[in-house]
Design a protein around this ligand. Structure first.
Ligand SMILES: NC(=O)C1=CN([C@@H]2O[C@H](COP(=O)(O)OP(=O)(O)OC[C@H]3O[C@@H](n4cnc5c(N)ncnc54)[C@H](O)[C@@H]3O)[C@@H](O)[C@H]2O)C=CC1
Ligand SMILES: O=C([O-])CC(=O)C(=O)O
Length: 365
């Protein structure tokens, strides 16, 4: 009886090993080791079979940086995690490095370690810079954050010009154009590799829609287009899935406004102690994971992001983007818009254009 039970559970009647293992053991060992050597030479990990991927986080000791470091350490697609900040990274790196997940963690602090932090990176995530306090707009952060982003991007152009850049630092509507100009000047600009992270807008739109439409939040998808500040954030609830006719025009207006003001809602609730950090770390990890999957050749990876674009007359615009082995594979169009969304689109263009131009002007000053 014991033997019959073991066989039913998938154990071989002869070796006593589970069938899976026994089949692997029968493969010619020479062929196996030759293919392993080849895969390792091509940059594949010897243990996971995934390509080796290095992710650097700049601003890793901050409110977003710390939980984002934790989430990226937990991502099985990351083999090397480089944590950079102007202060505090030795502690964050030591702490995160004790987690028994595969990524090798190293901390880097200060300008002279920035090059080493960046070298060989496949993805650089930038949550460096100051956050808002109540009463401020994201544009009020420009004076400090524009310079920080400019310096960090100058180093990226030098040390890892082929990396995908995930820009979180605000104002995203200006910091992404700043990065583009810095890379153009350095001769390294590739529009397929520069992303403004707008995933938190999508995360919020999904959560708020699910709550109002009373549908399971994990099933929900909502594209969010435009930019990442106030009215430039345009959720397309007419394209939300699962579709519902339970929402009135007033409901859609209220959901749109709540999504646009989501950042301010958190800033006010934190009452001077910064802006969204935990939900942003989650959103940043979702977007970086999508970039990693794209790099690794997973098909049909689509996320919204603020990228160089011809979807409208503006040079940068957030919309659905298909991610691939080189970053952006395709910038997808807006699809069918409701009249309310068409009006929102026209209304956002002035502010978004001005923010983009402000960034370009700063980088070239
Ligand atoms: N894209 C988005 O959806 C969101 C963007 N943000 C933005 O993210 C940025 C960071 O926010 P928090 O983490 O809350 O701020 P924080 O002040 O807690 O952390 C920022 C970190 O950046 C570091 N830093 C400053 N200058 C640096 C430099 N030159 N190189 C490397 N690191 C440097 C600081 O030392 C600090 O550890 C802010 O600009 C905020 O507005 C925040 C939430 C959402
Ligand atoms: O509102 C802020 O300042 C931070 C941010 O971008 C967001 O939470 O969407």
């Amino acid at each position: 009886l014991h033997l019959v039970l073991r066989r039913r559970r998938g154990y071989s009647s002869t070796s006593g090993q589970p069938e899976r293992k026994r089949r692997a053991a029968m493969r010619p060992s020479l062929m196996r080791s030759a293919s392993q050597v080849l895969r390792r030479r091509r940059g594949y990990s010897s243990t996971s079979g995934q390509p080796e991927r290095k992710v650097a986080i700049l601003g890793a000791a901050g409110g977003i940086g710390q939980p984002l470091s934790l989430l990226m350490k937990l991502n099985p697609l990351v083999s090397s995690l480089s944590l950079y900040d102007i202060a505090g990274t030795p502690g964050v790196a030591a702490d995160v490095s004790h987690i028994n997940a595969p990524a090798q963690v190293k901390g880097f602090m200060g300008d002279d370690q920035l090059g080493e932090a960046l070298e060989g990176s496949d993805i650089v995530i930038i949550p460096a810079g100051v956050p808002r306090k109540p009463g401020m707009t994201r544009d009020d952060l420009f004076n400090i954050n524009a310079g920080i982003v400019k310096n960090l991007c100058t180093a990226i152009a030098k040390y890892c010009p082929n990396a995908l850049v995930n820009m979180i630092s605000n104002p995203v509507n200006s910091t992404v154009p700043i990065a583009a100009e810095v890379f153009k000047k350095a001769g390294t600009y590739d529009e397929k590799k520069l992303f403004g992270v707008t995933t938190l807008d999508v995360v919020r739109a999904k959560t708020f829609y699910a709550g109002k439409a009373n549908v399971p939040v994990t099933d929900v998808n909502v594209p969010v287009v435009g930019g990442h500040a106030g009215i430039t954030i345009l959720p397309l609830f007419s394209q939300a899935t699962p579709a519902t006719n339970a929402l009135s025009d007033e409901d859609i207006k209220a959901l749109t406004k709540r999504t646009q003001d989501g950042g301010t809602e958190v800033v006010e609730a934190k009452a001077g102690k910064g802006s969204a950090t935990l939900s942003m770390a989650y959103a940043g990890a979702v977007f970086a994971n999508a970039c990693l999957k794209g790099l690794n050749g997973v098909p049909d990876v689509v996320e919204c992001s603020f990228v160089q674009s011809t979807v409208t007359e503006l040079p940068f615009f957030a919309s659905k983007v298909k991610l691939g082995k080189n970053g952006v594979e395709e910038v997808l169009g807006l699809g069918q818009l409701s009249d309310f969304e068409k009006e929102g689109l026209e209304n956002l263009k002035g502010e978004l254009k001005a923010s983009i131009e402000k960034g370009i002007k700063f980088a070239n000053a």
